[in-house]
Design a protein around this ligand. Structure first.
Ligand SMILES: [Zn+2]
Length: 369
């Protein structure tokens, strides 16, 4: 029986955000950062990989790296002009070509490798060489527009991977479930009029892009109805996210009948993430992954790929990511989440949960039409 494939590469951990503290450029009142003060730091990813090795979970995985995405691969999504500007700035001293997406020297090649790892994850699953797959890399991709970087994202990793897969395999209908706490605006914009790519983003209402909610943005033209936004209230936790899956995500997948499910897996809806205000924990990510595994088994022969996106708590991201990879591989190691009991006690009250459920019910009514 084929294993879970796991793609990662140490070189993607060498991408830097130039000189930024959290995501503020240094200068004025912003003191230059300590080593890991840049929000999109490699440490959360490196520690997840370390935990996978320390726990023995690695033995259940087919681990490997991949080639960088080629120019042809990148050009399926990004205009040549954007790629040339990015490469030129990367060859010089880095910069920021968009909004809150700083990068240092050499980040172009690293971003192409990050996209290449996601590509290989899809390719391996579609070729039947793995039961499912996980890609752990940076920079992330889900905020990147075709011609503009945003929110730490320099290339649109998942769309690049989907279009490469469509060029090489018989795969048409792809569902992208984005559970990063921030809106998957890049993926949405790239597939806004595509009826064959269902994009669903669950996110904290108004968080990033700042002020964005998105329920009314449902896709355009032939893609009308194939884009769903599920804004959740700040402070929401396990109940809110799982209820949104039950009422909206799973019914949408049932209607869409995907050939492949891709998860844009940010781990920044956790209770201790510095860039959002949600209350998920490792068991929430385990449960959502199991739902996606079950949906993939029901619709598309189990074809499921999880691509890492955001997640900024160095100490806690590893436990959430480890639970996801355990679930993909169908194994349970000895690892215990040291924050789980506390996070469960900190969940919102029944009154909050009832109110959030009511709002989700209202959204579910909108989306079935
Ligand atoms: Zn995020």
């Amino acid at each position: 029986m084929s294993k879970t494939a796991f793609f990662t590469d140490e070189r993607t951990f060498w991408h830097t955000g130039g000189t930024h503290a959290l995501f503020f450029p240094v200068g004025g009142w912003v003191q230059p950062p300590a080593a890991s003060a840049y929000a999109e730091s490699p440490e959360s990813k490196r520690r997840l990989l370390a935990l996978i090795q320390a726990s023995g979970l690695a033995a259940s995985l087919d681990m490997g790296s991949a080639n960088a995405a080629s120019d042809d691969d990148l050009l399926r999504i990004h205009p040549r002009d954007y790629l040339e500007r990015f490469k030129a700035a990367s060859d010089a001293n880095g910069g920021d070509l968009g909004e809150l997406a700083p990068f240092g020297k050499g980040s172009y090649e690293i971003a192409a490798l990050s996209a290449g790892l996601a590509m290989s994850a899809l390719d391996t699953v579609l070729a039947g060489r793995a039961a499912n797959a996980f890609s752990l890399s940076r920079p992330p991709g889900h905020h990147c527009l075709r011609d503009k970087s945003m929110g730490f994202c320099l290339l649109a990793n998942i769309p690049i991977a989907i279009e490469a897969a469509r060029a090489r395999h018989r795969v048409e209908r792809v569902a992208v479930i984005d559970w990063d706490v921030h809106h998957g605006n890049g993926t949405q914009s790239i597939y806004y009029d595509d009826p064959n790519t269902l994009t669903i983003s669950l996110h904290q209402e108004g968080c990033f892009p700042p002020g964005y909610s998105g329920t009314e943005e449902r896709g355009a033209g032939a893609g009308e109805g194939a884009n769903i936004n599920i804004p959740l209230l700040p402070g929401g936790g396990h109940d809110a996210w799982l209820y949104a899956f039950e009422r909206i995500v799973l019914p949408a997948l049932n209607r869409f009948r995907p050939d492949l499910i891709v998860v844009a897996s940010g781990l920044d809806a956790s209770a201790v993430d510095p860039l959002a205000r949600m209350l998920l924990h490792s068991e929430s990510y385990r449960a959502m992954t199991q739902l996606m595994r079950d949906a993939a088994a029901r619709h598309c022969g189990g074809r499921l790929v999880v691509v890492h996106e955001g997640g900024y708590s160095e100490a806690y991201v590893p436990f959430c990511g480890h639970a996801i990879v355990e679930t993909l591989a169908g194994v349970r190691t000895q690892v215990e989440d040291p924050m789980l009991d506390l996070a469960i006690l900190q969940q919102p009250s029944a009154r909050f949960a009832a109110f959030q459920r009511q709002l989700i019910d209202e959204m579910a009514q909108m989306f079935v039409r």
